[in-house]
Design a protein around this ligand. Structure first.
Ligand SMILES: [Cu+2]
Length: 186
């Protein structure tokens, strides 16, 4: 029996949506298709902290923009960018992010990142959060990707969610309203 090639496998997964199927067919024979190629989520250090998400998008034959990332099993997902202003790191909401043709878009520690509030406990137990990445091409193509979930790093090497968000509060954009997690009383 002939094993699936990676490309065939990717197309099979994309076929889950009608738009994805069309995009897949269009991209065959034209080099690499637009795709989410890797990613992961790091839980907040405490239950009332948002998780952060990082990922890598491979650009397709034409430039597009990522305009949203959604998850049915989370209360809220926002795209943010960490920027240094006058020596101080702050975060700004991001409406869209460019994916250059044949290039890549990277959300990573210290730069663009996702913030995710109240991930469904079942998804946390399962260790992954299914997410949809919405792009400007093909009437808002949606690419689905299961983001593996990691617990907050406890090391102090400077990597991990704590640095990105633990020391940095959002500027009262309604965060309090979504903190439904019970306070940890010990
Ligand atoms: Cu943020």
């Amino acid at each position: 029996m002939k094993p699936f090639t990676p490309r065939l496998f990717a197309c099979t997964a994309l076929a889950a949506t009608a738009l994805g199927l069309a995009a897949c067919g269009e991209n065959l024979g034209k080099g690499q298709p637009l795709n989410v190629v890797s990613g992961h989520i790091v839980m907040g250090a405490t239950p009332d902290r948002p998780a952060v998400g990082y990922f890598r998008v491979q650009g397709g034959p034409v430039p597009v923009e990522l305009v949203a990332v959604t998850a049915d099993l989370a209360q809220r997902v926002e795209m943010h960018e960490s920027v240094k202003e006058n020596g101080v790191m702050t975060m700004k909401p991001l409406d869209r992010a460019a994916v250059p043709a044949k290039g890549e878009l990277v959300f990573k520690q210290g730069g663009k990142h996702l913030m995710i509030w109240n991930i469904n406990p079942a998804a946390v137990r399962a260790g992954k959060l299914p997410m949809a990445f919405v792009f400007t091409n093909n009437n808002n193509e949606r690419i689905l990707f299961d983001m593996p979930i990691k617990q907050a790093s406890t090391d102090t090497s400077g990597d991990g969610a704590a640095m990105d968000h633990g020391a940095m509060e959002h500027d009262g954009t309604g965060d309090a309203a979504v903190k439904t997690a019970e306070p940890a009383k010990k």
